[in-house]
Design a protein around this ligand. Structure first.
Ligand code: G3H
Length: 526
């Protein structure tokens, strides 16, 4: 297996990001920077090293605070230009932004492959899905605006209700969907009239460099501010300032709790969080075996298991266990491990130390009685690990209890479905579950016992977020707030209304007819 990029793919030219965005200005940075290296290795004389892709600024706390001040000034307690601008002005800015980033598709997809090892087709899909999401968000925003363009009368009170912005948003994205998951919170937040400080994740950061200009050119100064550097250095002082109204974070509850606890008035912070999960697949004896295996392979191993929605534990009924495991192992062993550039299924892991962390899960489970049941499972080549299926897994193991976020999946046998339900009830996570059965009664009963434990029950299909118009959320440590094209706009806003006694009808009519208020208008956006 070669670690060199296969022909005709060359290493991209080194990209040194030396700018960051504060108050509408792309400022140059000549201070310390952090190298960005690829999980794809380059061969050197006598060894290999992570390919150098470029660098980004490693900004100090003061620059983060300057970005925060720019966002606070632009919001100006809700009286700033952006929070009080018309819906059509905001839509125009957003459309301009989309038109400026669309031509960057190939460059962004290329960087996604090189920076986080996402395979080519998935990297392209991530970009395309994001563009569709942003366009759909505009349509949904128009709907929201239309819903607010009427005045209702209740118990002698005239009232007009709209959704308004919340204030200043601190947005922190994840490495596994650094474009999609970040933009699916950042852009709805902006469109609703909030202002933002955005710090990209540690991995999947360079792809923001070619997009900086689009932000600067599309939105008024201070509406979006983009800083690069360490979370602890930048985000902590921003939270400690007490000036953040919304924390939008896709990551884990440890980070979000640490940040929230630094805010002097945590009750004031709206949390929009996509966090860890441990989605189970439950395979009943009457499942369509072929379908269950196909979906489990997709669910457990897509992007090496590095998806919050990945299947992270499989329960299989004892009557079908042998056949299922044999087929699951065979289908897994047929996956192709190699370069993301040629669309291999299993690709290099971007996080330093990840292979070792996966190996530790395997070692402990094996020590407690499990075996790796697929022939290629756990094979390591550099920073790639071939997916390992572990069976039978003891409940007293880290791989059973923790979110592994990588290419190892524990399997447990069950006889009584109540044992599975007990595990799900006791788990810290509550995002989704996949149920595999062809039996109507089994499916119906499983649905009723699971819907109040998780937030999506998938029937004969893997867990997943899409289509993006569906609500995406979780219980317990898996999420706070709901995301979807429509729900994100709601999560980043609050209902606010103008009300008066019906005797004030003439006043209201005068305001509306004279076009004296942006809020109290009946303009109907088409
Ligand atoms: O990592 C979490 C993602 O939101 C999952 O999205 O189900 O489309 O891969 P996906």
């Amino acid at each position: 297996m070669t670690h060199q990029p296969p022909a005709p793919y060359n290493v991209p030219s080194v990209l040194h990001g030396t700018r960051f965005l504060v108050n509408g200005h792309l400022e140059s940075w000549t201070g310390p920077s952090s190298e960005v290296r690829s999980p794809i290795m380059t061969e050197l004389d006598g060894g290999t090293e992570r390919t150098l892709l470029g660098s980004v600024p490693d900004l100090p706390a003061e620059e983060g605070i300057r970005a925060l001040e720019a966002a606070c000034d632009a919001y100006d307690h809700g009286r700033g230009q952006w929070p009080s601008s018309s819906a059509s002005d905001r839509i125009e800015a957003m459309e301009k932004f989309i038109s400026l980033i669309e031509p960057k598709r190939d460059q962004v997809a290329e960087l996604l492959m090189w920076e986080i090892g996402k395979k080519r087709s998935d990297a392209e899909k991530e970009f395309d899905r994001t563009i569709v999401y942003l366009k759909d968000t505009i349509e949904e925003y128009k709907n929201l605006h239309r819903e607010g363009s009427h005045i209702s009368q209740v118990s002698g009170v005239l009232a007009q209700i709209r959704r308004g912005p919340l204030g200043v948003v601190l947005c922190l994205g994840p490495f596994n969907y650094p474009l999609n998951e970040t933009f699916c919170v950042l852009l709805p937040a902006i469109l609703m009239g909030n202002t933002c400080v955005f710090k990209p994740a540690k991995y999947g950061v360079l792809l923001m460099v070619p997009l900086l200009e689009a932000f600067a050119e599309s939105f008024p100064p201070g509406v979006v501010n983009i800083v690069f550097g360490r979370g602890r250095t930048l985000a902590s002082p921003i939270m400690q300032s007490g000036r953040v109204d919304v924390l939008a974070l896709i990551g884990n509850s440890k980070s979000s709790n640490a940040l929230i606890s630094q805010h002097p008035k945590p009750n004031r912070v709206r949390q929009v969080l996509g966090l860890e999960a441990k989605n189970p697949a439950v395979v009943f004896p009457d499942a369509d075996l072929e379908l269950a295996v196909k979906e489990c392979v997709k669910g457990a191993w897509s992007f090496n298991g590095q998806r919050c929605t990945a299947l992270k534990v499989v329960y299989v009924h004892k009557d079908i266990r042998e056949k299922f495991l044999e087929a699951f192992a065979r289908a897994t062993d047929n996956l192709v491990m190699g370069s993301p550039l040629v669309d291999a299924d299993i690709t290099p892991l971007p996080e330093v130390g990840k292979v070792e962390a996966m190996q530790a899960y395997i070692d402990e489970a094996v020590q407690k009685g499990a075996s790796v049941i697929n022939g290629r499972g756990g094979t390591v080549e550099g920073n790639m690990m071939f997916p390992a299926i572990l069976y039978p897994v003891d409940r007293d193991t880290a791989i059973f209890k923790e979110e592994q976020f990588g290419p190892v999946c524990p399997v447990l046998e069950f006889d009584d479905f109540h044992d599975v339900l007990k595990d799900i009830a006791e788990s810290d996570y509550g995002q989704q579950v996949s149920v595999f059965t062809a039996n109507h009664e089994t499916a119906g009963r499983a649905i009723d016992q699971l819907v109040n434990q998780v937030c999506r029950v998938n029937l004969n299909a893997t867990c997943q977020r899409g289509p993006d118009t569906l609500p995406f959320t979780g219980r317990k440590d898996s999420a706070v707030s709901t995301l979807s094209v429509k729900a994100a706009l709601r999560s980043f806003s609050i209902r606010t209304l103008v009300a008066c006694n019906a005797s004030q009808k003439d006043l209201v009519e005068g305001i509306v007819a004279g076009g004296h208020s942006e809020f109290s208008s009946m303009n109907y956006l088409l």
